[in-house]
Design a binder for this molecule. Structure first.
Ligand SMILES: [Zn+2]
Length: 162
């Protein structure tokens, strides 16, 4: 028997002031996208914005449903919209933000849910290039993760079915 460990390196910024312009712009688009959220049940409005390799930016937001499982997270909305409108164009970066209407502050990063991590990984595997993530609330700290695989260790992909 032996023990093994998994770790990964990510970047932390105190705020957006030292972000590259392209990243700051994408995060701003994600914050704006929270305004298109339909979240009457959770009041947790999530926005996501994807930068594609052709320079296009696709935005999405969470769309809830009275039948909870029918709802969609912002991340999967943006993945589907990008795939449907820019077929086979790789996604380089996705910024994700949120506006929690139940509290007065949305000032810390939140990470994608498990289903979205699996969907992000599927897209990354399909396009064969890493998808960077930028995570932040409406203000405060910003996290950057350079590969979605880091968020889903021991993941299940098409490779496992070969
Ligand atoms: Zn999700």
């Amino acid at each position: 028997m032996r023990k093994e460990a998994i770790s990964f390196v990510y970047e932390v910024f105190d705020d957006t002031s030292s972000l590259a312009g392209v990243d700051k712009n994408l995060l701003q688009k994600a914050k704006l996208a929270t305004q298109t959220s339909y979240a009457p049940y959770s009041e947790f409005c999530v926005g996501a914005a994807a930068l594609l390799s052709n320079g296009a930016i696709i935005s999405g937001s969470n769309q809830e449903n009275a039948s909870s499982p029918a709802g969609l997270c912002a991340e999967r909305v943006v993945l589907a919209a990008a795939a449907a409108t820019h077929h086979n164009i790789p996604i380089e970066t996705i910024a994700i933000s949120y506006d929690n209407k139940r509290t007065s502050t949305s000032n810390r990063p939140v990470a994608p849910c498990g289903i979205c991590r699996q969907s992000l990984l599927e897209t990354q595997t399909k396009q064969q290039t890493p998808i960077r993530l930028i995570l932040s609330g409406m203000e405060g700290k910003v996290l950057m993760i350079d590969d979605i695989r880091h968020l889903l260790p021991f993941s299940f992909t098409a490779e496992d079915m070969k």
